[in-house]
Design a protein around this ligand. Structure first.
Ligand SMILES: Cc1cc2nc3c(=O)[nH]c(=O)nc-3n(C[C@H](O)[C@H](O)[C@H](O)COP(=O)(O)OP(=O)(O)OC[C@H]3O[C@@H](n4cnc5c(N)ncnc54)[C@H](O)[C@@H]3O)c2cc1C
Length: 501
């Protein structure tokens, strides 16, 4: 099969560069992948292609006021690079940390910015991927070949967030803004702002602008669970006072957080009502007895069915308690010229409406994949532990945890990819593709994730685009870090689920 036949450009027009490994995306996963390749597969050449003009992914795309992590940086940070300050961090702090990783490991020279990958085509004849990227800085097309594709493209489309269509949106005379495309010069001083949504983004944005705008209202259809507490980890501060090495502190604090995280997750399944009351007690502490916590902060689902953001020092609730911010739990009837009409009959006035309504799921980086001349239908594949896919050779992707920090899994997947690359070298083979084994032939195939287990909107909207899972551990994307940390390093790479050539 001649790749040129199924890619938009012919070889005559384009120079082709070759790398052993091509990493898609320079976010926390892609930069981590580069580090692990350097360490574990130093003989492999690699390149990182990134659409944007800098590294950071999520932490570069999002520029709204207050942008910060919703989980701690001891576990969101890499296992190999100590995090040395407060656990909840701003996007700038996370990027500074990533910049150090890039600098310390000489990764910068491997990254090509402004490269949006549009096409990837696998040839079983050459055992190579041919990848085309459009350059946003000069409009030209670049072509690469690689032996292995490492998909670190994240889970949502960075160009544009998800905004539902509401009646009357065109009538609204003010500005409608999605936090993913926040204009850096937006002047909200003295303005009335409505933030639609109740997730981590709304919960970050509302306290960040409360007191700086005239008033901010968080308008939600359904409340969300939040955790509150100090943005500090006492044991970390104590160990620092004792001048313990930062590498030790990082490891100790990670273990503590992961131990407590495991208990919390277990309790959420075993005694959801008690966990719910604990979470609500944290909210009530800031809002006082008269506030209707049942209506505004008590979700209809059990804890952990959606991500639970950490609210440092309860700043969201402090904003509400101070009167600078308010929460309205209602449904939108329509937009009007001056704000929003609610289904309950009330109206909210606004100069600016922020739609913190989520993401558009990005499946495989919106790249058109072709395998031996045939367009890949990703939804037809079955996932091997949420890392590889049946029928898709020499490709791994990183999809992190929902109930634990994303990067914990990025590190584990990186070990798996490096082990696989080293294993293939020892075996003297050029390709590996997951395939269902004879014993899997009658295995029921289920949607990517069980909605009873976890059901955020962007996944529910995009489930039909995602690969299938089976009912055995090896054919599922397990959301359990505490099981995977032991299971993934022990994967038998000679299992018949891997077909080598
Ligand atoms: C506001 C916000 C806060 C969050 N906070 C947390 C948190 O505290 N803890 C947590 O665990 N998770 C958090 N998450 C989830 C978060 O997205 C991930 O944890 C993590 O940052 C994802 O990293 P990534 O590198 O895998 O993907 P991303 O950060 O999404 O980066 C992917 C990169 O790939 C690039 N890319 C995609 N497609 C292509 C293509 N076709 N060609 C070239 N480049 C491409 C993108 O431009 C992007 O730079 C948060 C998400 C958001 C939106």
């Amino acid at each position: 099969m001649n790749d040129a036949a199924i890619l938009p450009h012919t070889p005559a027009q384009l120079q082709t560069e070759h790398f052993d490994v091509l990493i898609v995306g320079a976010g926390i996963s892609g930069i981590g992948g580069a580090y692990h390749l350097n360490q574990q597969c130093p003989d492999k050449s690699y390149v990182i292609l990134e659409t944007q003009d800098s590294f950071g992914g999520t932490w570069w795309t999002h520029k709204y006021p207050g942008i910060r992590s919703d989980s701690d940086l001891y576990t969101f940070g890499y296992r190999f690079k100590p995090w040395t300050s407060a656990p909840i961090a701003t996007a700038d702090e996370i990027r500074r940390y990533m910049a150090e990783v890039i600098e310390e490991n000489d990764i910068a020279s491997h990254v090509r910015y402004h490269h949006k990958i549009t096409d990837a085509s696998w040839s079983s004849d050459t055992k190579l991927w041919t990848v085309e990227a459009t350059r946003s800085d000069n409009g030209t097309i670049s072509r690469f070949t690689c032996n292995f594709l490492w998909m670190c493209q994240g889970y949502y489309r960075h160009e544009k967030g998800y905004t539902p269509e509401w009646a009357g949106m065109a009538d609204f005379k003010g500005q409608i803004i999605h936090p993913q495309s926040w204009p850096e010069d937006l002047d909200y001083a003295g303005k009335k702002v409505i933030v639609i949504g109740s997730g981590a983004t709304a919960a970050t944005l509302v306290p960040a602008i409360a007191g700086k705008c005239d008033h901010v209202t968080m308008l939600q259809r359904t409340p969300t669970f939040f955790r509150t507490g100090k943005n500090a980890i006492e044991i970390a501060d104590e160990l620092r006072r004792l001048q313990v090495d930062e590498t030790w502190i990082h490891e100790i604090v990670r273990r503590k957080i992961l131990y407590e995280g495991a208990l919390f997750t277990k309790r959420s399944f075993e005694e959801p009502e008690k966990v719910k009351q604990d979470l609500l007690a944290g909210v009530k502490h800031y809002l006082g007895a008269d506030f209707d916590v049942d209506k505004h902060f008590t979700p209809p689902y059990r804890p952990w069915r959606q991500r639970i953001a950490f609210i440092p020092d309860g700043d969201l609730f402090q904003g509400v308690a101070s009167g600078k911010a308010s929460v309205v739990t209602d449904e939108i009837e329509c937009f009007t010229a001056t704000g929003i009409k609610l289904k309950s009959g009330g109206t909210l006035e606004a100069d600016i409406i922020v739609t913190a309504t989520g993401f558009n799921l990005n499946v495989l980086g919106d790249i058109q994949f072709v395998i031996d001349g045939k367009k890949l239908d990703f939804a037809e594949t079955v996932t091997y532990r949420g890392m590889m896919f049946t029928g898709v050779p020499n490709m791994a992707w990183v999809f992190g945890y929902f109930r634990a920090s994303w990067t914990l899994r990025a590190d584990l997947v990186a070990d798996f990819v490096c082990n696989m690359l080293n294993h293939m070298k020892v075996k003297g083979v050029q390709s590996v593709v997951p395939a269902l084994r004879a014993e899997d032939s009658n295995m029921p195939l289920l949607p990517w994730i069980d909605p009873e287990n976890f059901n955020p909107g962007y996944l529910m909207r995009g489930m039909h685009l995602l690969p299938k899972r089976g009912d055995k551990p090896e054919w599922q994307h397990n959301q359990d870090y505490w099981a995977e940390k032991d299971e993934l390093p022990k994967i038998n790479l000679d299992d018949r689920a891997f077909v080598y050539k």
